[in-house]
Design a protein around this ligand. Structure first.
Ligand code: FAD
Length: 307
């Protein structure tokens, strides 16, 4: 079954992990130790991010090929940064040939990161909606996911337009959305409500990443316009010299948020692992204690302490 099938069945919330393709030998080791620790948690799917330059694209392809060959339901990300339509068609064809039947179609950001003004490739595509159309044209059986932004997209001051764009992506053929990380469940709900009010039922899976260090708070706000609640910032600020205490507060806040999201009907939780397993393992374990009905950890699962 595809992710769309699992979501339509709606038996239970899905859980899934995002990984990045390795950039160096150390990264390879980190990625495999993270997958070794996390795959026993039986994720419904895993996803692999996509970089702008050619060698990183190859690594994404190789990584997804490997994941598919081990039987994992694997989502290959795709962006339209610095690529022509024919480059994109080739990449989608490569995914199709490798058995990667799930593609997350996002626009991407310019090299240099979010904050650089977006410039489409002269023979490329302007936005993610067009990318969804291209993927469906080249690989019609692909189950396509897209990005969504509970705090609003950093380049957009209009959350109604963001919701409209998500609806456009669904109409272009996307079957599910995964959100950028966020810390206010009310912002997730506000996005879901707007999309539903436009008559669109695309499942929107929250993207989750616990705060693990004091410095991250400012980086989140600067890079992605992510709103961290003042009360959480104050709790972390009060213990900022104590790394373990910062982590604990970040994890507890993430567990609280996941519980709230699940209770309000979120169709799954997608964990941004950053190729590390510890935070995700701890979060899953704490969450399973608070919401035993999740029952998606195999009965014999034991949390592996890992990097
Ligand atoms: P779009 O939907 O194209 O939107 C981009 C901006 O253009 C928004 O401000 C939107 O409001 C505006 N816009 C779009 N269409 C229109 C329109 N018709 N009219 C007016 N305005 C419009 N980046 C990577 O490089 N690699 C990855 O692997 C990757 N994975 C991601 C996974 C997830 C789950 C998410 C949420 C993001 C990911 N990103 C990744 C980051 C993403 O590429 C950036 O956030 C990018 O800036 C926006 O992508 P998008 O797909 O939402 O773009």
């Amino acid at each position: 079954p595809t992710i769309a099938d699992l979501l339509a069945a709606g038996d239970r919330p899905l859980h899934s992990f995002e990984f990045m393709p390795p950039r160096s030998e150390d990264d390879v080791y980190r990625l495999w130790s993270a997958t070794d620790a996390l795959v026993p948690m039986a994720p419904d799917f895993i996803s692999v991010t996509y970089g702008a330059n050619g060698s990183r694209r190859d690594r994404t392809l190789r990584c997804t090929q490997h994941m598919v060959s081990t039987g994992l339901r694997t989502v290959g990300h795709l962006t339209c940064v610095v690529q022509s339509v024919s480059d994109l068609e080739q990449m989608v064809a490569d995914y199709a040939e490798s058995g990667v039947n799930h593609i997350l179609a996002v626009r991407g950001d310019m090299p240099g990161g979010a904050g650089q003004p977006w410039v489409a490739h002269p023979e490329g595509l302007p936005n993610a909606t067009e990318l969804v159309r291209l993927v469906k044209r080249v690989h019609p059986e692909a189950c396509v996911g897209v990005g969504a932004f509970p705090d609003g997209h950093p380049e957009s001051a209009d959350i109604d337009l963001d919701a409209r764009i998500l609806v456009d992506k669904a109409e272009a053929g996307a079957s599910f959305a995964i959100t950028q990380l966020f810390f206010l469940p009310s912002h997730y709900q506000r996005l879901v409500d707007r999309v539903r009010a436009m008559g669109c039922d695309i499942p929107i899976i929250p993207g989750i990443m616990p705060i693990a260090s004091y410095g991250q708070i400012r980086r989140f706000a600067e890079l992605s316009g992510t709103d961290v609640p003042a009360e959480l910032v104050a709790r972390i600020e009060a213990v900022k010299e104590d790394k373990a205490a910062v982590r604990r507060i970040g994890l507890e806040a993430a567990v609280d948020m996941c519980c709230e999201l699940l209770d309000s009907g979120a169709p799954g939780l997608h964990y941004y692992t950053l190729n590390r397993s510890r935070a995700t393992t701890e979060l899953r374990t704490m969450l399973a204690r608070r919401r035993p009905q999740l029952a998606d950890l195999p009965a014999d699962f034991e949390a592996t302490p890992a990097a």
